[in-house]
Design a binder for this molecule. Structure first.
Ligand code: RP5
Length: 170
């Protein structure tokens, strides 16, 4: 197993259903990561230590997800040694408190915030950042985008032929 380059952390095991998407994106590119449950409210010391020590452990980026008051993302950035990509977690019984908490960071605390439950895109964002210093990964990312492009071109052809056939069945 190679050394993890990305730390996927979340406030509760109940966040795993959303945060596993970040891992899925990293898996596409064979990027090594670790998954940890670290809570700003229930394990604050562990959160501080994790963020402080990430860089010297070889972690290049943290992807952090939490819902509710969602202090994990911002405080990991504040204590931290590497950039943090935040995923605000939104459940049906929540308002947008996690999103608001993440995007209201003050000047000097540059938390990068992805959409609510946008863990897959946060994973892809991490790939893009790593690709800045890795040409092989950059070409892999370009190839991935080409696949997305071709899928749309194909569906566009089918729609031009008979759009009625392409209406999603509910
Ligand atoms: C947050 O509170 C967690 O990140 C989670 O999104 C939410 C609920 O946590 P549990 O009560 O399910 O552990 O801190």
């Amino acid at each position: 197993m190679s050394k993890p380059q990305i730390g996927i952390i979340m406030g509760s095991v109940s966040d795993l259903d959303v945060m596993q998407e970040a891992a899925a994106a990293l898996d596409v590119f064979n990027i090594a990561y670790e998954v940890r449950i670290i809570s700003a409210h229930r394990t604050p010391e562990e959160m501080r230590d994790y963020a402080k020590n990430a860089r010297k452990r070889g972690i290049k980026l943290i992807i952090a997800g939490a819902g509710g008051s969602a202090h994990l993302q911002g405080m990991s950035e504040v204590f931290g040694s590497v950039p943090v990509l935040a995923v605000p977690i939104k459940r049906d019984n929540h308002d947008h408190e996690a999103l608001w908490s993440n995007i209201k960071m003050p000047k000097g605390a540059p938390l990068a915030v992805y959409p609510e439950n946008g863990a897959y895109n946060a994973g892809l964002g991490a790939v893009q950042f790593l690709a800045l210093a890795d040409d092989k990964l950059h070409f892999k990312y370009e190839a991935y985008r080409e696949i997305l492009r071709k899928e749309v071109v194909e569906i566009d052809k089918a729609v031009q032929k008979d759009w009625r056939e392409q209406v999603p069945k509910s």
